[in-house]
Design a protein. Structure first.
Lengths: 269, 353
């Protein structure tokens, strides 16, 4: 996409930089030593990254976050797609009621389910486990709703043609619906991933063992590391933050291709 | 090849009115059946019931001699061509054609060979690797046919397969479909709202209206001896003329009947001819190529006659219209059913002239 108007191009650049500036500033800060930063001098050091990874175990937190968010995304998108297909294509007893309930979950603030979820997981002994971090997040009412709407836009005659060709419902889902819903599925996967990546409250409540901390928990802990009286070690925090946002950026770049390409793919009669 | 029998089929969509009322028909193996009727009369629903995409509320569907009501679509040995083709937009022409073969476990090399064979029959070879989005309407239509043909099923269902094509292509494809039927020898059930397609393609035509089967017979019978006024009016171009029978000279005593006069049984004269004739005023003459359509007002109402253009180079404003009494049709005004007036009654009437 080439903007024809140079004014538009310059404006876009300015707005883009405006949005980027806090990120760029924090990345710049992560390369300063704490002393230099508070003294107002400019330096360059990788020391903060070394400390975040070596001393404060951020490699482990990164791994935990990748495991948890990755599995939540894969399982969550699977559940949402299956539910969306059922809601979009089949009439079954209680179907409308179930769909209504799914939509209703969108109106419930997540904090309300915090304590019931905690008690449930405590009862089945899943606190302080990966499963405890992952399971409550894999049902996503919004993703199911969004995908259902999208699938309803795919002509039902395509399903029927596939059934005539000998397909089972799961084959129709896998070979027809999923390929044609790629842009929507990619968007929802990204949405689930980012939501889970940034999830703070639930990991805080569900996990006490340090080796199960996710990045968000680890990051919050870093604020307590003081270089001096009442000071936060901002360069260290910013190095850890940079480690935290990079996978999300990478994930977005990976998925973006599908988002854009998908929009131009019509069902064509 | 397999026959299909429908017995007392009734169907209503959930919460809607009844779409099919007690429809019974039997199709013989290898027959070309056309189901014709105005939009919304239940043609597609009937086809979808045969395909197994809908379930009948009552009645029985029999395929190849066994009850098929509860058979899934994939177990019926039936292929279907959808009105909007329903090609898989994310698959190439080759994949579209061979998808059904793949699902039935045919090895890849064999599938490819079959897809190429089908593509050759339909002149689709140059497009095998293209997606449907990059094809013209006529090419998509042929891919839809190819997808149906690939599996060698005994029965093909076609739901208005030509309705999205322009006229020239439609006429060409009509011939091709007829030819294909001869080659494949399969049973074809073909749905259309186009009476020309019905008469030209079918071995037998089923005429439907509002979910009721009106008549099911050979095209000649449907045209020459329509069961009722609706069938007579629906088939035939230009459409049949309906006039009150008692307004026709020689039929003044015939109360309660409507006469159906197809344009081709009317003759137009400049002078009063011998025998019964109506005086008429020419309202509009339409050129259709070799013929002229003459729309006239008469004492019996508006009549459309057809005459060869050579014989009628410059029709006068005042005309006489006579008619071939043996080929006139009569319908009961109350029931709409055709009344078979005995020939001798007719001859008595004409003798009285
Ligand atoms: N899925 C459906 N749900 C409810 N009503 C339907 C459905 N499909 C068709 N109908 C109704 O059934 C009647 C017959 O439709 P259809 O079989 O498609 O007619 P045709 O193919 O002859 O035009 C129409 O009145 C139509 O509105
Ligand atoms: Mg239809």
């Amino acid at each position: 996409m080439k903007p024809e108007n140079p004014v538009v191009a310059v404006l876009s650049l300015v707005v883009g930089l405006l949005f980027l500036s806090p990120v760029l500033y924090s990345i710049w800060m992560s390369f300063q030593t704490a002393d230099a930063f508070y003294a107002g001098r400019v330096t360059f050091t990788l020391d903060n990254y070394e400390r975040a990874v070596g001393q404060f175990n951020f490699a482990r937190y990164l791994l935990n976050s990748l495991i948890v968010s990755g599995l939540v995304t894969v399982l969550g998108i699977t559940v949402a797609t299956l539910a969306a297909f059922a809601f979009a294509r089949f009439t079954f007893r209680g179907g409308d009621l179930l769909f209504g309930a799914t939509v209703a979950t969108l109106m419930i603030p997540s904090h309300i389910s915090l304590i019931p979820n905690y008690l449930t997981l405590a009862k089945v002994g899943l606190l302080d486990t990966y499963a405890g971090l992952i399971l409550p997040a894999i049902s996503n009412g919004f993703a199911a709703f969004f995908l259902r709407q999208y699938i309803r836009g795919i002509p039902k005659a395509l399903d029927e043609a596939a059934y005539m060709d000998g397909a089972s419902p799961l084959t129709v889902l896998w070979r027809i619906i999923v390929p044609l819903s790629k842009p929507a599925i990619a968007s929802m996967a990204l949405y689930i991933f980012i939501t889970e990546w940034n999830n703070y409250i639930w990991p805080l409540v569900a996990v006490g063992r340090q080796d199960l901390y996710t990045l968000q928990i680890g990051l919050a802990r870093l604020y307590k590391i003081n270089p001096g009286e009442g000071l936060v070690d901002w360069p260290l925090v910013m190095a850890a933050s940079t480690i935290t946002i990079l996978p999300v950026l990478a994930g977005f770049l990976f998925v973006e291709r599908h988002l854009v390409r998908g929009i131009t793919m019509g069902a064509g009669k | 090849m397999s026959g299909i029998a429908l017995r007392n089929i009734r169907k209503a969509y959930p919460g809607g009115p009844t779409v099919l009322h007690d429809v019974s028909m039997e199709f013989h193996p290898g027959e070309f059946i056309v189901i014709v009727g105005p939009s919304g009369c239940g043609k597609s629903t009937l086809l979808r019931l045969i395909a197994g995409l809908e379930r009948a509320d009552a009645g029985e569907i029999e395929i190849a001699g066994i009850r098929a009501n509860d058979l899934a679509p994939q177990d019926r040995d039936i292929a279907m061509i959808f009105q909007n083709y329903a090609l898989y937009p994310h698959m190439s022409v080759r994949e579209n054609i061979s998808f059904g073969l793949e699902l039935r476990g045919m090895p890849k090399a064999q599938r490819n060979r079959r897809a190429e064979e089908v593509a050759r029959m339909l002149q689709l070879e140059p497009y095998l690797e293209r997606k449907p989005g990059a094809l013209s309407g006529g090419q998509r239509q042929r891919v839809a046919m190819g997808r149906a043909m690939a599996r060698n099923t005994s029965t093909f269902l076609m739901d208005e397969p030509l309705s999205n094509l322009d006229n020239a292509l439609r006429v060409a494809m009509r011939t091709e479909i007829k030819d294909l039927h001869r080659q494949l020898g399969a049973t074809i059930v073909y749905v259309t709202h186009d009476q020309t397609e019905a008469l030209s393609l079918a071995d037998r035509v089923a005429v439907m209206k509002d979910g009721h089967l009106q008549q099911f017979d050979r095209p000649e019978v449907i045209y020459d001896r329509p069961a009722n006024r609706f069938v007579a009016g629906f088939l035939g171009v230009p459409p049949i003329n309906f006039v009150a029978a008692e307004k026709l000279p020689g039929w003044q005593g015939m109360q309660g009947l409507t006469a159906g006069l197809r344009p081709d049984i009317l003759s137009v004269h400049a002078q009063k001819p011998a025998g019964p004739a109506l005086e008429a005023r020419l309202v509009l003459s339409e050129m259709t190529g070799s013929d002229l359509l003459l729309h006239c007002d008469s004492a019996a109402g508006r009549l459309t006659a057809i005459a060869p253009r050579r014989a009628m180079s410059d029709p006068a404003a005042q005309l006489w219209i006579s008619y071939d009494l043996d080929r006139a049709l009569f319908f009961d005004n109350d029931s709409g059913e055709r009344v078979d007036l005995a020939r001798d009654l007719r001859s008595i009437r004409t003798a009285e002239e």
